[in-house]
Design a protein around this ligand. Structure first.
Ligand SMILES: [Cu+2]
Length: 365
């Protein structure tokens, strides 16, 4: 049974993750860059558990040329309906618990059945592994605390702030799209992929990722029946794929690469909804919106459930592979890259694991 992540322990016993991490790992946490806010991680909003658009930000009305972001508006209203969902109870918190667990942080899911739409769920054993590790809440918290400034703006009608506050989550110091968030995004998702690969080696193909993203609906990657305007792969995103295929080394830092793929958001203190002038940025968010099926309980735009979808891991396995290729192209050696190792270890701690091992490319248990 997996160990429960630090955030889960905080929820159950009132101890903050920061204090636990500081006790256990001392300066590593500071190295990882989360000294100002205990749980900062940070990606710039691309999917979310609360039904906001992948890229987190409410798109300005009438915006076009989106990376799938426009859909978020509809999603938000949808979730705002706040249907009740019987919240599954958590297990006892003991690492030896074997009871089958229901989903977490899912009580506001508009889909109140386990309908999957066009999605396919991971094998039950893997879903249970995630739930016993409280990955659903963790993933939602990770993203929502980094889109915090957007949904807490004056006039925002998003239900996400109240949800986060009720959970005891805290704003992350580095918001989605801000400097530093790109590396955090890459590291956090790499830690998740690595843990699954090492825990379920017989199912490694589920986490390998696309060789190339499908530009049209296929048997393996169907588009939602309700999708409108999604038949054509966004032209800006096709340009992004072209850059990723032919100019991967043009991203000269992990952070630059992470910010480019994650989201169009480019947070500034003056404008927390600022967006990149580069319309080809944010392909990760685009994937989450393009493949989002409102009929699915594990839809791509719900942070707490999308980790149970096979498609989620095809997306993230693919993006993680690009990151590896980018680092190889830059000649970076993992074992000698202190900022990388610190970011990875921080992500491992967030997942309830220990130090990142560059030798095994996984979090030490
Ligand atoms: Cu995520």
């Amino acid at each position: 049974m997996p160990s429960r992540p630090l955030h889960a322990r905080r929820l159950s016993d009132g101890t903050t993750r920061a204090s636990i991490a500081a006790l256990a790992f001392g300066s590593l946490v500071t190295l990882a860059g989360c000294s100002s806010t205990p749980d900062a991680t940070g990606d710039v909003g691309n999917d979310d558990g609360g039904g906001k658009r992948m890229d987190g930000a409410p798109m300005p009305m009438g915006a076009s040329g989106d990376a799938g972001l426009g859909d978020a508006l509809a999603l938000e209203a949808h979730d705002a309906a706040g249907r009740d969902h019987t919240m599954p109870r958590e297990d006892s918190g003991s690492d030896g618990a074997t009871a089958a667990l229901g989903p977490e942080c899912d009580e506001d899911n508009p889909v109140t059945t386990e309908a999957l739409g066009v999605d396919r769920a991971l094998p039950a054993a893997i879903v249970q592994f995630e739930r016993h590790g409280m990955w659903g809440c963790m993933h939602r918290e990770w993203h929502d605390t980094r889109q915090w400034d957007i949904f807490s703006q004056p006039g925002s009608t998003s239900p996400r702030l109240n949800y986060a506050l009720a959970k005891g989550w805290q704003r992350n110091a580095v918001q989605e799209g801000a400097p530093g968030n790109g590396l955090e995004f890459l590291a956090m998702h790499r830690a998740m992929v690595a843990i699954l690969r090492s825990t379920f080696p017989a199912q490694a193909s589920l986490f390998a990722g696309w060789t190339a993203p499908p530009l049209v609906a296929t048997a393996n990657d169907p588009l939602p029946a309700t999708a409108s305007g999604k038949a054509t792969f966004n032209l800006n995103m096709q340009s992004a794929l072209n850059r990723l295929n032919t100019q991967l080394a043009s991203f000269t830092t992990d952070d630059a690469f992470g910010l480019y793929i994650q989201s169009q958001l480019r947070w500034t203190a003056a404008d927390v909804t600022a967006r990149s002038p580069d319309a080809t940025a944010g392909i990760h968010a685009y994937f989450h919106v393009r493949f989002d099926d409102p009929q699915s309980a594990i839809r791509m735009q719900r942070f707490n459930r999308n980790i149970e979808s096979q498609l989620f891991w095809r997306v993230h396995g693919y993006l993680d592979g690009l990151w590896t290729k980018n680092r190889v192209a830059r000649g970076v050696i993992d074992a000698n890259d202190a900022p990388y190792l610190a970011a990875m270890t921080h992500a491992c701690l967030h997942m309830g694991k220990k130090t990142w091992s560059p030798a095994s490319a996984s979090c030490l248990p």
